[in-house]
Design a protein around this ligand. Sequence first.
Ligand SMILES: [Zn+2]
Length: 110
Amino acid sequence: MAIERNTRNSKRFPKTLSEGILPGSIHATYARCGKRNCKCARGEPHGPYYHRYYRIGNRIEKEYIPLAHLDDVRAACARHSELQSELRENHRRHEALISSFKLMMKELSL
Ligand SMILES: [Zn+2]
């Protein structure tokens, strides 16, 4: 994904560099504008508005997703979560390897 610069007309999106991989999850929200004679006051709220929630350290960040980017962001989030499960799986394999190695060392020293 190309780096877009902050100019008058184009706000950089997403805020973080993605390379097609983005952490977090997407949530849709609906809103009421508060005007009494609006359709939202009759149970038809505005939206959906999509945001991506992701963690930076202890903070949860929230980023608005323009509709035009929704599919890309969805795909990027899916890729990130796939990558996370791969990492977890690799970690599990690594741990298993270490314990069998430790066991082997123990047996050799007997
Ligand atoms: Zn409204």
